[in-house]
Design a protein around this ligand. Structure first.
Ligand SMILES: Cc1ncc(COP(=O)(O)O)c(C=O)c1O
Length: 442
């Protein structure tokens, strides 16, 4: 499409570099201005197809859902903040009821509202400790749960995220079932899910007593770690380990949840129920919000033990209600669309894998799909530089994609993406990958 970067964009970026602390931005000069359906426009009018959902936030389209926008506008006219930490609120309570309606039968849970994914995880950390009266936590290599000190103790995705920030809370890390790069050097299914056995044999036999383990935190699909889909048995084993030790199983659904895989909670794909679910990113259609769902049988917390000023904020709650109402009303068509479109993308990527050696692995569930790039299929050496160049080149061709993990690109368009735009985006992606394949990151 020929994206052109003009003076206005360059100016914003130059000013940004002077006043902003560096965030995670490393790649293309994207300065979004407005969204329209599957498209997003930058401040100079360049038009892009969005395959990023703005880091998995716009599951229902880039500012496209009129019902969410209208709900926010209406609420902004009335009262934006209702001090839900101290007062009561019709909108947050209604949203909590609807969220709990999505939980498994018998969950009979309660909800805590916050403002982000990391806060949803912090609440789960504190609550699991409070309710089990235990201290230790377990999480996984490659896992990402946020960057505040509690959640960062769990995060073990990239060293730069942890370096100089320790010491951390009492967390033991275990290998995740990243079968393409098995940390134990085995192969699925002949491995017999040895990574789950490893947890019993090592961390829980030599490091932390089962009696002291408060919670196991797991992403049903690792997001920032590289869109890693474990085999079903792995998640089932984690459920068993949690049961054997009396620990709480926390499913971090911040990235994989909220319909991204075609199920409301991604862990449903594995036939497993969690004791706590954390949600954020897309639950309020672009307005910041986090939610922690806690199984009713675990109990409640004493008043004052945890809270946050903006939790249950009325603007966020209005957006969240409109969004979940849309999901509930359109559940069947959303699910069949996610399945159809996900199958289309997987088929196309697998075909690309047959043609382009630079593609090492393709994996995903629903519309949460990752493509991992390698320099060499045998050694599986990550093609990190080539991956970054592919993301950049897609941008200049009018397609927004985001990297994840060492050498993966995520394909996460809005769930509502039109078939034609999905195809157009995939055409751009394939064209860029075919060129990169010629040099294969060398
Ligand atoms: C699985 C998971 N948990 C937690 C977080 C942290 O969310 P936030 O950036 O809103 O704090 C993220 C963010 O990417 C995530 O992917």
């Amino acid at each position: 499409m020929g994206v052109k970067i003009g003076k206005r964009i360059k100016d914003v970026i130059a000013r940004d570099r002077k006043v902003m602390l560096t965030l995670t931005r490393e790649t293309y000069p994207f300065v979004p201005d407005h969204g329209d359906g599957d498209f997003v426009y930058d401040i100079e009018g360049n038009k892009f197809i969005d395959f990023s959902s703005f880091i998995s936030v716009y599951n229902l389209g880039v500012n496209a859902n009129v019902e969410i926008r209208d709900a926010v506008k209406k609420q902004a006219e009335k009262l934006m903040h209702g001090a839900f930490a101290d007062y009561y609120g019709e909108l947050p309570v209604a949203f909590a009821e609807k969220l709990l309606g999505m939980a498994p039968k018998g969950f009979n849970g309660r909800v805590f509202f916050s403002n982000s994914g990391t806060e949803a995880v912090e609440a789960a950390i504190k609550l699991s400790r409070l309710l089990t009266k235990r201290r230790y936590l377990m999480a996984f290599y490659g896992g990402f749960h946020g960057r505040t000190m509690g959640s960062l103790s769990l995060t073990a995705s990239k060293l730069v995220q942890r370096e100089h920030f320790g010491p951390f809370g009492p967390v033991v890390h275990a290998p995740y079932a990243y079968c393409y790069r098995c940390p134990l050097g085995l192969e699925y299914p002949s491995c017999g899910i040895a990574c789950a056995d490893f947890i019993r044999k090592y961390p829980l036999s030599k490091e932390v007593s089962k009696n002291e383990l408060a919670a196991i935190f797991v992403e049903p699909i690792q997001g920032e770690g590289g869109y890693v889909v474990p085999p079903k048995e792995f998640m089932r084993e984690l459920r068993s380990i949690a049961d054997e030790s009396g620990a709480v199983l926390v499913s971090d659904e911040v990235q994989a949840g909220y319909m991204r895989t075609g199920k409301f909670f991604a862990i449903e794909n594995f036939g497993v129920e969690a004791d706590m679910y954390t949600l954020a990113k897309s639950i309020a259609g672009g307005v910041p919000m986090g939610a922690t769902l806690v199984r009713g049988s675990l109990g409640d917390m004493p008043a004052g033990s945890h809270s946050t000023t903006f939790g249950g904020n009325l603007l966020a709650a209005s957006a969240a209600n409109a969004s979940i109402d849309y999901v509930k009303k359109n559940m069947k068509s959303l699910q069949s669309g996610i399945e159809r479109k996900g199958a289309y993308v997987m088929k196309r990527l697998n075909k690309m894998k047959d043609s382009y050696e630079i593609i090492g692995d393709v994996r995903g569930i629903g519309l949460m799909i990752g493509v991992e790039f390698v320099k060499d299929r045998k050694t599986k050496e990550p093609a990190t530089k080539a991956r970054d160049e592919i993301a950049d080149a897609c941008f200049y061709e009018g397609l927004v994609v985001l990297p994840s993990g060492m050498s993966t690109i995520r394909i996460i368009p809005p769930l509502t993406v039109d078939d034609k735009n999905l195809e157009k985006g995939m055409d751009i992606f394939e064209n860029v990958v075919s060129k990169a394949d010629k040099t294969r990151g060398k």
